[in-house]
Design a protein. Structure first.
Length: 357
């Protein structure tokens, strides 16, 4: 079995653990793309502590991965750890994994040099490097061709280049325009460079779920990222293989929250469920944890409502779906906005692997 799917995940414990509880055989078939989670006021100490914790988590939960990507897209491209560039630190820390390094045209020279140095020193042994571009970059290949050419010295150290075309949050973008731009860019890029995997990714989940639906309400939103991908594959028309990526149940623009006391955090946090089906995301929200009469118990009603939907796949489908069923019956402790991430991510990845791609 070969699955053409790349889940884009935050480099956080719950999303890593979602991989461990995938159905047997699935984790070996996917190539996760991990982003170091954005955080305001990030210190060197925080970065080192979190990175080491995630290295331990990956070792414990995801050793069966055949390959993975790790990027620091949301971290200041000049961020250093004791004079060492933060990306070199990550490449060194995760050197026991089959890690595909990531570069981009908007990264600092220190970032690019880190990839070259890690390759030259044998810290990174990948034969592939990933070039990650966002929608502003792939509007027109000619506009960024010179900037891509400037990366040739890095490309020369690798056999192939994985092209990552990241639409980020695309809910309000025109899928037909993006698909045309992506198709044109792919054709131009592949004529010039030895291209490996081509990944088209994006999400319809904004940083704030309030932009989709209010408290104590639900909505079904189009997964525009799938529309874009389908249009791209139609335009490519079998001339090459394009791999689907998405951000699962977490927004690309997610940011860790710092500096808000626990009590105040409960005033602004409402439980939510994000569940993919067909070409849609079902989104439901409760009320603020501190003021709603059910408080932390709101997930029981949210899951009861989900289980009554015709599109719910049933508890045997995945670890995540079983967890949701258990919470609808009040089994175990109450779910929280933190603990629900693991099952929701697991359910999403299971669905994409088993029934979508």
């Amino acid at each position: 079995m070969s699955i053409e799917y790349v889940p884009f995940l935050k480099l956080k414990s719950n999303e890593i653990m979602a991989l461990r509880v995938l159905e047997r055989g699935l984790i070996e078939q996917i190539t996760p793309f991990f982003d170091y989670a954005k955080r305001k006021n990030l210190t060197e100490e925080d970065f080192v502590k979190t990175s080491k914790k995630m290295q331990t988590s990956l070792t414990k939960n995801a050793r069966r991965l055949s390959n993975l990507y790790i990027d620091n897209f949301d971290i200041d491209t000049n961020f250093e750890i004791g004079g060492i560039h933060s990306y070199y630190y990550l490449l060194d820390l995760f050197k026991t994994f089959s890690l595909i390094p990531v570069i981009a045209i908007d990264r600092s020279q220190r970032h690019i040099d880190s990839v070259c140095l890690a390759k030259d020193n044998g810290i990174n042994t990948s034969s592939t490097v990933a070039l990650r571009l966002t929608s502003d970059d792939f509007q027109d290949f000619a506009l960024v061709e010179d900037e891509i050419d400037d990366l040739q010295d890095t490309f020369d150290r690798f056999d192939t280049i994985d092209l990552v075309l990241d639409c980020r949050v695309c809910l309000n973008k025109d899928p037909s325009v993006l698909a045309i731009n992506i198709n044109s860019f792919i054709n131009s890029f592949c004529l010039k460079y030895n291209t490996g995997r081509i990944i088209v990714t994006g999400s319809s989940i904004p940083a704030s779920i309030r932009d989709i639906t209010g408290v104590e309400s639900e909505a079904n939103i189009d997964r525009v990222e799938l529309d874009i991908f389908d249009r791209v594959t139609a335009l490519i028309d079998g001339k090459m293989t394009v791999t689907l990526g998405d951000y699962g149940a977490v927004s690309p623009n997610y940011s860790d929250v710092d500096g808000i006391p626990g009590g105040a955090m409960r005033n602004i946090t409402a439980p939510k469920i994000i569940y993919a089906y067909d070409n849609f995301q079902y989104v439901s929200r409760g009320g603020a944890l501190s003021t709603h009469p059910d408080g932390d118990g709101q997930y029981k009603n949210l899951t009861l409502t989900l289980l009554a939907k015709a599109f719910f796949r049933g508890e045997p489908y995945s670890f995540g779906d079983r967890y949701l069923g258990e919470k609808s019956r009040g089994v175990g402790s109450n779910a929280t906005p933190s603990t629900v991430v693991k099952p929701l991510c697991n359910s999403h990845i299971s669905y994409m692997c088993k029934d979508y791609v």
